[in-house]
Ligand binder design. Structure first.
Ligand code: F0G
Length: 480
């Protein structure tokens, strides 16, 4: 919750206490320089022992509740038909108000199944915005992604509370012409790549109607649904008095198929697909034992399944789902006050720096967001995630598309960081902003063909990092 102090200061307050802690390393500058070189300037290749604040993602690293940990100890193991699975199935089906559940090992496994079952070569999948793994699975089977986002979705300095909305007229026009070539429409809750931006329930309802009018399935990616639920309740007038459960049921009823990464939704691990459409369920079901594991675990451990069941039930609790968004808003607002370009309004998932404005002198093909990520790691031992051109994929001719946005995402895994750690991150980002002219671009050393951002290696162009380190030592009196 947010409080206002007697002196008039406003800040978010943690509604949880810390009972288990993990010691963190603060790697000295010399070590950070070496780790970054060893990691080929790729944030994914850094070792977390060499990181002070790991803001790479909130995926699978949110802090679990005492009840989740307790449930994990009650897990019942069995290759087929474990009591744990049936506990989970009951919770999932109640949560989404659907009839059938297919468990998977994580979110992208659902995308794999959906793409394999529904997308044929040449098909197009319209969506509010793509996610990296979603797009990779659709293109892998010969399909293409069509994005119908609002113009404002890509404008970082915006007041639009629902930048994740689908552009309804673009969707309708497209379906009027191409419905026969569209296996499903996909909406992503808490739209990840544009800064964790939500859509409104009003927009979702209209998307659903357009899909029904065209007899096309509506698929919801619910990985970041808990943030989106929070934003519907706090930003959409019509739902301010609705309970989270009521909003959730309405969303579920408008969706034909819902899938999710439980590494995000439910603060656990694993994933799954739900539907009440028997034909769709039967078409997808054979792929679970083939790629994931038997139908009563789908590649998940029983401990993960128990934690997911409790985590989903905790999603009904407004205090729990508001923790992320209010701390993210604090970080965004403070940076904004300091003039640092950030994605506004604050979304879910994390604080997103607008790199195109932060270092406009570094062009798309020199991967500015990864370069800024490298610089922030050097400066503060903080790891963020590039969300820009590096996360794109070359086309069949090898041409590299320029990403519509260049963001550095600083994820705030829920309940993990303290206020002083967030203040520290704000300070280091501010320092970097004051010295932004020192940051240069990156070039490839080794570039993989698919999902290159995960394990490709790079190097700084022209040795800019040395100058940055020199000024950093002088200004912040860094070690050695
Ligand atoms: N959909 C969305 C919206 C996601 O954010 C993710 C993962 C996935 C699908 C895939 O799920 O990782 O369980 O296979 N996002 C992570 C992130 C990787 O860091 O934002 P997964």
């Amino acid at each position: 919750m947010n409080i206002k102090t007697f002196k008039g200061e406003k800040f978010p307050l943690e509604l949880h206490k810390v009972r288990v802690v993990q010691k963190l390393n603060f790697p000295p500058l010399k070590r950070r320089v070496k780790s970054l070189q060893e990691a080929g300037y790729n944030m994914f290749l850094l070792k977390n022992d060499d990181i002070f604040l790991d803001m790479l993602t909130d995926s699978g690293v949110n802090a679990m509740s005492d009840n989740q940990i307790a449930a994990m100890n009650q897990a019942d193991d069995s290759y087929a038909g474990s009591a744990t699975y049936f506990r989970l199935e009951k919770v999932v089906l109640e949560f989404f108000n659907k009839k059938y559940f297919l468990p998977t090992h994580q979110g992208r496994a659902c995308e794999h199944i959906l793409a394999k079952v529904f997308v044929k070569p040449g098909n197009a999948v319209p969506m509010n915005y793509h996610f990296t793994t979603t797009k990779a699975h659709i293109t892998e089977v010969g399909g293409v992604v069509e994005q119908f986002f609002l113009n404002e979705a890509l404008i970082s300095d915006s007041k639009n509370p629902f930048k994740g909305n689908m552009d309804l007229s673009l969707l309708e026009d497209y379906l009027d012409k191409h419905a026969a070539n569209v296996p499903f429409v996909r909406m992503e809750a808490g739209t990840n790549l544009i800064g964790g931006q939500p859509w409104s329930l009003d927009n979702y309802e209209k998307v659903s109607k357009i899909c029904r009018d065209h007899h096309i399935l509506l698929v919801l990616d619910a990985s970041l649904l808990s943030d989106n639920l929070y934003f519907i309740k706090t930003r959409e007038e019509a739902y301010k008095d609705a309970s989270i459960k009521e909003i959730l049921t309405k969303i579920s009823d408008l969706s034909d198929i819902i899938y999710f990464s439980a590494r995000k939704l439910s603060f656990s691990r694993g994933g799954g697909i739900v539907t009440s459409n028997l034909a769709a369920y039967e078409a997808m079901r054979p792929l679970v034992p083939l790629y994931e594991g038997f139908l009563t675990y789908g590649g998940m451990s029983i401990r993960e399944m128990e934690a997911m069941a409790v985590g989903l039930n905790e999603t009904y609790d407004f205090d729990i789902i508001s923790q992320g968004p209010i701390f993210i808003k604090y970080m965004v607002d403070e940076l904004d006050k300091l003039g640092v370009p950030v994605v506004k309004p604050a979304g879910g998932l994390g604080c997103h720096l607008d790199v195109a404005k932060f270092i406009p002198h570094v062009n798309h093909h020199q991967y500015p967001a990864e370069a800024l990520g490298s610089a922030l790691y050097l400066v503060g031992g903080i790891r963020g995630m590039e969300r820009g051109t590096l996360s794109e994929q070359r086309d069949s001719l090898g041409v590299e598309p320029e990403s519509e946005v260049e963001l550095l995402r600083l994820a705030l895994p829920r309940r993990v960081f303290t206020m002083s750690q967030i203040k520290y991150a704000i300070d280091r980002i501010y320092w970097l902003y004051q010295h932004r002219e020192l940051i240069g671009g990156l070039e490839w050393v080794m570039e993989p063909e698919v999902l290159r951002f995960f394990y490709g290696t790079l190097r700084p162009i022209g040795g800019w990092e040395n100058k940055l380190i020199k000024v950093l030592k002088k200004d912040l009196g860094q070690e050695e």
